[in-house]
Design a binder for this molecule. Structure first.
Ligand code: HPA
Ligand SMILES: [Zn+2]
Length: 343
């Protein structure tokens, strides 16, 4: 089969409606906004210019990035900051024809430095509502627990979230993976499950396949974030396929955090070939160099993906979302029209 030109791929990627399922809102803080918020809030940051901030974004692993990520979110102080951050992301998502977002936020990254839970979530939710009104982008909000902290802190965060639970759709697990297996959070995930929340966890980004097993067996997650290293375990792959588990892969993130050495090593095509429901996401786009379409383009070009495979990735993003079945079906029908027109 002849493969499409890169220009054709870009046009298709731009046209396809997509959902983004793996996006840390604090990781969408662009250097320009960071510098502006630092000035607005009278905060000293260790960078003299936007260019200097960008130059600091050279990472050799996840922890390197996380150190800068937690430092960066220090400019977020008042509700308006969280609102502006969320709106800036939704404008970029809208420009990329993203129609639905399921975003993460890290409450402990804020409460741990004296910012009230309500300040962070209040601003983010106001942004999400405004984005829905202005762009028609639907949303879900997922509260992540920081896995380098203990389970007591996660349980306290879940308790703090109780007044907001009608506006929180799920919980997730992020931050430093190595040495912090999912099993460490068994009780807080069990409690979240009792509360009717959806469950996701980062697993198999740097951590071993055993962490993906734990996320499925102990935490009982609906979805795996990243999941790259699941491919090292044939039985795990069989299970992920049989249970139609969604993996939220983040190609530019993988490259910047040295999970892969070159985009040609991205597992996306292999996952598609195995029948895994893989999706494409931007993770922390301000730090990793691109939003959803940039991630689609990078993998599609490096892996020489067909138009059919690109359309399947868009279908997977809605199929793996927490939208009701009828809404998934509407989005997927729109994608199938585009797929058939380009066939
Ligand atoms: O890619 C990530 N992995 C783990 N924790 C994170 N927190 C923000 N981004 C990430
Ligand atoms: Zn992530």
């Amino acid at each position: 089969m002849t493969r499409p030109s890169n220009a054709r791929r870009s046009r298709l990627i731009q046209a396809l409606p997509k959902a983004e399922l793996h996006l840390h809102i604090e990781g969408s803080l662009e250097p320009e906004l960071m510098v502006a918020l630092a000035a607005r809030n009278g905060i000293d940051i260790p960078f003299a210019s936007v260019e200097e901030v960008r130059r600091a974004y050279a990472f050799s692993n996840l922890q390197d990035f996380l150190d800068i990520y937690y430092q960066g979110m220090g400019v977020l102080r008042v509700e308006r900051d969280f609102f502006d951050l969320t709106m800036a992301y939704l404008e970029r998502a809208n420009a990329d024809t993203v129609r639905h977002v399921e975003i993460f936020f890290d409450p402990q990254g804020h409460t741990g430095r004296g910012i009230a839970f309500g300040t962070a979530i209040g601003g983010i939710l106001r942004g999400l509502e405004e984005g829905k009104a202005r762009f028609g982008i639907s949303y879900r909000l997922i509260m992540c627990f920081l896995r380098h902290l203990d389970e007591e802190s996660a349980l306290a965060t879940l308790a703090e979230a109780e007044p907001w639970l009608d506006r929180i759709d799920g919980v997730g697990l992020d931050s430093s993976e190595r040495g912090h297996p999912p099993g460490k959070f068994a009780r807080v995930f069990a409690r979240a499950r009792e509360l009717g929340l959806k469950l996701v966890a980062h697993a198999g980004e740097e951590g071993p396949p055993g962490y993906v097993w734990e996320a499925l067996d102990i935490l009982k997650v609906d979805r795996i974030d990243h999941g790259n290293r699941a491919l090292e375990d044939r039985r795990l792959v069989e299970r992920i396929v049989a249970e139609k588990r969604t993996l939220t892969v983040c190609p530019l993130s993988n490259l910047k955090l040295c999970v892969i050495d070159a985009m040609g090593q991205s597992p996306v095509r292999h996952m598609l070939d195995l029948g895994i429901r893989v999706t494409i996401n931007s993770d922390d786009p301000a730090y990793f160099g691109g939003y959803v379409n940039a991630n689609f383009i990078a993998v599609a070009e490096a892996l020489d993906l067909s138009e059919d495979q690109i359309a399947t990735l868009a279908v997977n993003s809605f199929a793996g979302s927490f939208l009701p079945e009828a809404e998934k079906a509407e989005h997927i029908a729109a994608i199938e029209m585009i797929r058939n027109a380009s066939a």
